[in-house]
Design a protein around this ligand. Structure first.
Ligand code: DQA
Length: 150
């Protein structure tokens, strides 16, 4: 059977409110819709995806720690923790699994505090502002196994 990479998608605080939460910014679709879309995208890319959502910083840290043996990549929308959680930053730095930071909205086009990401320096990179496609672009990176500069 064909080998499929396993990717963990982690959604942080308030992302369980998608669809109800500030639809002008985050859209009308729900977290369940996101999961359905990502499963479809992942199957085309021959990836297996696992989903986690938590509003609790420590749980997100545990997901990252536990990813080491089971996953080959993490797509992380850390929500507002992106901007101030040194603990999540250190959790990412503590594992070898590559992490891509994603955001639904363009964090650079919003309030000043959203422009800073304390996790960005320990990720492969940040994809921000493409709605649910931000996650799909991250999956595409893992699916294609792109290596920048080659
Ligand atoms: C977000 C952007 C963050 O600034 C915000 O706190 C979120 C969602 C996004 O996906 O656009 O909760 O990560």
């Amino acid at each position: 059977m064909e080998y499929r990479k396993s990717i963990l998608v982690i959604n942080g605080p308030n992302l369980n409110r998608l669809g109800k939460r500030e639809p002008g910014i985050y859209g009308e679709k729900t977290l369940d819709d996101l999961q359905v879309e990502l499963e479809r995208a992942a199957s085309k890319l021959f990836l297996d995806v696992t989903f986690r959502q938590s509003n609790i910083e420590g749980e997100i840290i545990d997901y990252i720690h536990d990813s080491s043996d089971a996953f080959e990549g993490i797509v992380l929308n850390a929500g507002a923790y992106t901007h101030y959680s040194y603990a999540i930053r250190d959790a990412i730095a503590s594992v070898v699994v590559p992490v891509i930071e994603v955001h639904i909205s363009n964090v650079h086009a919003r309030e000043e505090f959203r422009r800073e990401s304390v996790i960005a320096p320990v990720t492969i990179g940040q994809i921000s502002g493409f709605g649910f496609d931000s996650y799909k672009l991250a999956l595409q990176f893992f699916g294609n196994d792109l290596k920048m500069g080659e």
